[in-house]
Write a protein that binds this ligand. Structure first.
Ligand code: NAD
Length: 474
C-alpha cells in the first residue's frame, strides 16, 4: 500500500546510542520492580492516549479496519502490560532452590537478572503488537533496548518511535527506523540478546550474526500452519473460526491457517460453509468491504499472485475468489481445491488470503505430510473426538496451536508463544517472554563447614571411603 522508506538511521548515530545503552545497563538492570512497573504504566498510558493514531497509522499502511487494530494490535499489548505489571514483583524475587544432602551446610537460590543491551527487530504484519510486546518483556527484565521496526509499514514505525521516545529516555530504549541496511549494521554490534520476529530466511541471517558474539536469540519465525478438520468436526463452527483467522489482517498472520486438510466425507459441506462465511463476513464484493484490509505492499501482492498462478498451472481449481489487483494490493479471499502437493503454494508460507483445501481419507497420510515438512508454528485440529485429537497432537510437532479454534492461543499470556526449529527458537509472552530476556543466575551460599572442605588433596583411603559412601547412598 505504501512506498517503502529509505533507511533513516545512520551508523554513527546507532553506534553512539549503543555505547550509551552499554554504559547505562547496570543502572537500568538494578532498578527496583516498582520503578519498572511505573515505566510500564507510562507505556500503557501513552499507548491508550495514541489509540486513534495507531488505528490511523494502520489504516494508512494497509487499510486495516480500526476495530481489527483494536483486537489484534492494541488489545494484546494492553493485556500483556497489565499481566506483567501484576506479576513482576514475584518474578524478580530471589527464588529458593533445594539443597542435596551432599551439599549440606549451604543454601542456594537463583534470580532473573537482566542480560544487558538487547536488540528487537520486528516485522510489519502486527507492527505495534510485535514491537511493543517484546519491548515490555525486555524492560520488565531490566535491559536497555534498541528496537528496529519494519520499513514496510512506515506510518506505524514512525509512531512506534514517537511512543518509545515519549516513554523512555535515550539511555534506556531507542528506536531506529530503516531497512535491511540498518538491520544489518545493528547485527554487527555485540548485543547481549536479540529478539527477532520475521521470516525463517532472515531468522537464519540473524542467528549467524548473533553467533559471532555468542549472543543469545529468541527467533519468532513463520512457516506453514496446517488445519485439520476431521469427520466428527462441527462444520459450521469450523468454517466460521477458520475464516475469522485466515482472513483477518488479509491472511498476513504468522499463525493463520496456511492450508487445510479435511476428511473427504466433509469436503463439500465444509467448502459450502466456508463460502457462506466469506460472503457473510465480506459480502459478494470483498473489495468494497471496510472489514477486509489490503496486502502490505506490491512485492507481496505480486508474490501471492504468482503463488496462485503456479497452483492453477499445477491443476488447482479456484472454488471461491481468485481476483487479484496489483494496483490496489487486493487479493480476494480465495479457496482452492485439487491441489498438487509439488506446487509452490504447498511449499512456501502463503501469508495472504488464499486457502488450499485438501481432502483426506486416512489421517496417517496427513500426519506423514506434516512430519515430513519443517515443524509448523501452529497446528489446528477441528474434531469432537478426544482420541483423534490426542492422536494427531501426539504424532506431530509444532510450536503451539488450538483445538476447535485457530490462532487465539496467541492471546493467552499464560501460554508461552513461539515455534520450534524452522518456526522459531525461544518463547515470548508472559513469564516465558520475560525469562528469554533474563539470565537465570544461580548462587550457592556456603554458610556452614562442609564435607567438601575435607575432600582436598592429598587423597587417602579415608577420603575415598567418604566418596564411596556418597556415591552409594546420597
Ligand atoms: P522479514 O523477515 O522479511 O523482516 C522482518 C524484519 O527483519 C524487518 O524489520 C526487516 O527490516 C528485517 N530484515 C529484513 N531483511 C533482513 C536482513 N537481511 N538482515 C537483518 N534484518 C533484516 O519478515 P516480514 O516480511 O516483515 O514478516 C513476515 C514473516 O514474519 C513471515 O514469515 C511471518 O510468518 C513471520 N512472523 C512471525 C511471527 C511470530 O510471532 N512467530 C509474527 C509475525 C510474523
Amino acid at each position: 500500500m505504501t512506498n517503502q522508506i529509505e533507511a533513516t538511521a545512520n551508523k554513527t548515530d546507532i553506534n553512539n546510542a549503543f555505547e550509551t545503552l552499554v554504559s547505562n545497563q547496570y543502572k537500568v538492570g538494578n532498578t527496583l520492580p516498582e520503578e519498572r512497573i511505573q515505566k510500564l504504566s507510562r507505556l500503557l498510558k501513552v499507548i491508550l492516549d495514541n489509540r486513534t493514531s495507531i488505528q490511523n497509522a494502520m489504516m494508512a499502511d494497509f487499510k486495516r479496519h480500526p476495530l481489527e487494530t483494536d483486537m489484534v494490535d492494541i488489545y494484546p499489548i494492553i493485556s500483556e502490560i497489565k499481566y506483567v505489571k501484576k506479576n513482576l514483583r514475584k518474578w524478580l524475587k530471589k527464588q529458593k532452590a533445594s539443597t542435596p544432602i551432599s551439599l549440606l551446610g549451604s543454601k542456594s537460590y537463583y534470580k532473573y537478572e537482566s542480560k544487558g543491551v538487547v536488540l528487537i527487530i520486528s516485522p510489519w504484519n502486527f507492527p505495534f503488537n510485535l514491537s511493543l510486546i517484546p519491548l515490555v518483556s525486555a524492560i520488565a527484565a531490566g535491559n536497555t533496548v534498541i528496537l528496529k521496526p519494519s520499513e514496510i509499514t512506515p506510518h506505524c514505525s514512525s509512531l512506534i518511535k514517537s511512543i518509545v521516545e515519549e516513554v523512555f529516555s535515550q539511555d534506556e530504549a531507542v528506536v531506529f527506523e530503516g531497512d535491511v541496511d540498518v538491520a544489518s549494521h545493528l547485527l554487527t554490534l555485540p548485543f547481549n540478546h536479540i529478539f527477532f520476529t520475521g521470516s525463517p530466511r532472515v531468522g537464519k541471517i540473524v542467528m549467524s550474526a548473533a553467533a559471532k558474539h555468542l549472543t543469545s536469540v529468541t527467533l519468532e519465525l513463520g512457516g506453514k500452519s496446517p488445519v485439520i478438520v476431521d469427520e466428527t468436526a462441527n462444520i459450521e463452527l469450523a468454517a466460521s473460526r477458520i475464516c475469522q483467522s485466515k482472513f483477518a489482517n488479509n491472511g498476513q498472520i504468522c499463525i493463520a491457517p496456511d492450508y487445510l486438510f479435511v476428511h473427504k466425507s466433509k469436503l463439500e459441506p465444509l467448502i459450502q460453509a466456508l463460502q457462506n462465511k466469506i460472503i457473510e463476513f465480506f459480502g459478494n464484493t470483498p473489495k468494497e468491504s471496510e472489514s477486509f484490509c489490503r496486502i502490505s505492499d506490491s512485492s507481496h501482492t505480486l508474490r501471492l499472485k504468482n503463488l496462485l498462478n503456479d497452483a492453477i498451472n499445477h491443476g488447482a481449481v479456484i472454488i471461491h475468489g481468485g481476483e487479484t489487483d496489483e494496483n490496489t494490493d487486493y487479493i480476494a479471499p480465495t479457496l482452492l481445491k485439487d491441489i498438487n502437493m509439488d506446487s509452490e503454494i504447498m511449499n512456501e508460507e502463503i501469508f495472504g488470503p488464499i486457502l488450499p483445501i485438501i481432502a483426506y481419507e486416512n489421517i496417517n497420510d496427513v500426519i506423514k505430510h506434516i512430519q515430513d515438512k519443517p515443524k509448523p508454528l501452529s497446528l489446528y485440529v477441528f474434531s469432537q473426538n478426544q482420541d483423534k485429537i490426542d492422536y494427531i497432537i501426539n504424532n506431530t510437532r509444532a510450536g503451539g496451536g488450538c483445538i476447535n479454534h485457530c490462532a487465539i492461543h496467541f492471546y493467552n499470556h499464560y501460554l508461552p508463544f513461539g515455534g520450534s526449529n524452522n518456526s522459531g527458537i525461544g518463547k515470548s509472552h508472559g513469564f516465558e517472554g520475560f525469562k528469554d530476556f533474563c539470565n537465570t543466575r544461580s548462587i550457592l551460599n556456603q554458610k556452614y563447614p562442609t564435607v567438601l572442605d575435607r575432600l582436598v588433596p592429598p587423597y587417602n583411603d579415608f577420603k575415598q571411603k567418604i566418596v564411596d559412601f556418597t556415591l552409594k547412598y546420597l
